[in-house]
Design a protein around this ligand. Structure first.
Ligand code: PHE
Length: 434
């Protein structure tokens, strides 16, 4: 049975959902640890520079292609040229692969909420974290719980599920974040964390940092897997995509900065190092929480914050394959969700086990989890972002003058869409493959 194509209730709910998609683990889990690994403030500068010069272009292109074609990813590419169907297909594929590792991290959050609530006594956080990730059954249960929570909202549809989740979770997220920032800034020596974030040390600048910053920018802005294209295809009224693009970029960047302001002062206040990698949020922060009064309450608030952000992004990742399957195969949304759940679970379970039972199993010398992260962030997302710029600039012939009043800025945009952004993305892709 074919269902009617959904549309957003209002411009507000659309923007909130797009911000909900962008603001996620990328801001709170990935951004601080990547920034910590690449030397703080100078990374931030490079990251901001890349967002305002390059990354806003594929973001704009995705929303516009969605809005013009009013189709899910495969149909959108196909309607530009039937030969491009295969390019469209890469988007839901990327969505399935990203979700398989995104939902594992989501599962870790579920577990950390559980241990904060039950007030488990932990001596060594680093050992505790690796024991948990290696312990196959609880880790798989957590992955599936998180996946199920997101697919539940997706199955309820755009209005009752996606909009509802964003309307409730995004304000909750903002309130908890403000509370935690106030808490963090009042810790002794909090200013050291702020200096680390905002006082650049240019000796740390290197080419790897540019790659890491570009990869982070694509991931955090949800560019390169069709999530924004699909969300853009549900816009009914003739509203400015340019304004939406600025709003998403502005909000996502503010939330990334705020999560740094929430996390770094706490880390420096306790004399810890910010370069502990992916475990920053799951090892370093819980260690801090264990040393402060009402630590389990703060810990619980923090992981609920992370969960809220992860659910709204997770929903948008799922929406891409769900929309493609239901519209292409004329299947109900609920049935499409059921199939997407099964496929993602079939990949996410071995990926969860890659920390424990399947740790010996390697693809291209990487564990399943690392392979999924690498193949999506370094290969498929830049590739999809490259194709969307090419399709929008060269085939749909989107021009800056359609939405920018200043003639010169409009020309600069055209150059960015047709040449600069595709070139930089291709460059990232080639370097990332080496
Ligand atoms: N932007 C999301 C985050 O920061 C992740 C995401 C990637 C969502 C791609 C949708 C598409 O966590």
């Amino acid at each position: 049975m074919e269902e009617k194509r959904p549309v957003w209730t209002s411009r507000y709910t659309f923007i909130l959902a797009a911000i909900g998609s962008a603001v996620g683990l990328g801001n709170i889990w990935r951004f601080p640890y990547i920034m910590g690994q690449y030397g703080g403030a100078v990374f931030l500068l490079v990251y901001l520079l890349l967002i305002v010069t390059i990354c806003f272009i594929p973001l704009f292109a995705e929303l516009t292609v969605g809005k013009i074609t009013k189709k899910e990813c495969i149909g959108a590419f196909e309607s530009v040229n039937p030969k491009f169907k295969i390019l469209g297909f890469l988007n839901p594929l990327t969505g399935i692969l990203i979700s398989s590792f995104y939902f594992i991290v989501g599962g870790w959050i579920v577990y950390y909420i559980y241990i904060s609530l039950t007030n488990v006594h932990i001596v060594n956080y680093s050992e505790y974290f690796s024991d948990f990730t290696q312990n196959s059954i609880p880790a798989c249960i957590c992955t599936l719980t998180f996946l199920f929570s997101c697919i539940y909202f997706t199955a309820r549809g755009v209005k009752k599920g996606i909009e509802f989740a964003n309307n409730v979770l995004m304000p909750l997220f903002a309130v908890i974040m403000i509370g935690l920032i106030i808490f963090s800034l009042q810790l002794p020596n909090a200013h050291l964390g702020l200096e680390y974030m905002f006082k650049p040390d240019f000796s740390k600048l290197d080419s790897q940092m540019f790659l890491a910053a570009l990869g982070q920018a694509l991931f955090t802005l949800s560019i390169g897997m069709g999530a924004l294209l699909t969300y853009g295809s549900y816009i009914s009224e003739d509203k400015s995509i340019a304004k939406t693009t600025y709003t998403i970029i502005f909000s996502d960047t503010i939330f990334a900065l705020l999560s740094g302001i929430m996390i770094f002062p706490a880390i420096f206040s306790f004399g810890l190092e910010p370069n502990s990698g992916a475990g920053l949020v799951f090892v370093t922060l819980p260690h801090i929480f264990s040393q402060i009064p009402y630590g389990n309450v703060v810990s619980c608030a923090f992981f609920i914050l992370l969960l809220a952000a992860a659910v709204t992004s997770g929903i948008s990742i799922l929406e891409v394959p769900v929309a493609s399957i239901s519209e292409r195969l004329k299947m109900t949304r609920a049935k499409a969700c059921y199939w997407v759940f099964l496929v993602i679970a079939a990949i996410a379970i071995p990926a969860t086990l890659s920390f424990g039972a399947l740790s010996e199993f390697k693809i291209l010398n990487k564990s399943i989890f690392d392979f999924l992260d690498f193949s999506t962030s370094n290969v498929l997302m830049p590739l999809n972002a490259f194709f969307i710029c090419i399709v929008a600039g060269w085939f749909l012939k989107i021009k800056g003058e359609m939405f920018i009043k200043n003639k010169y800025i409009a020309k600069l945009f055209d150059f960015g869409l047709k040449f600069a952004a595709p070139f930089v993305l291709l460059f990232l892709l080639i370097i990332g493959l080496n």
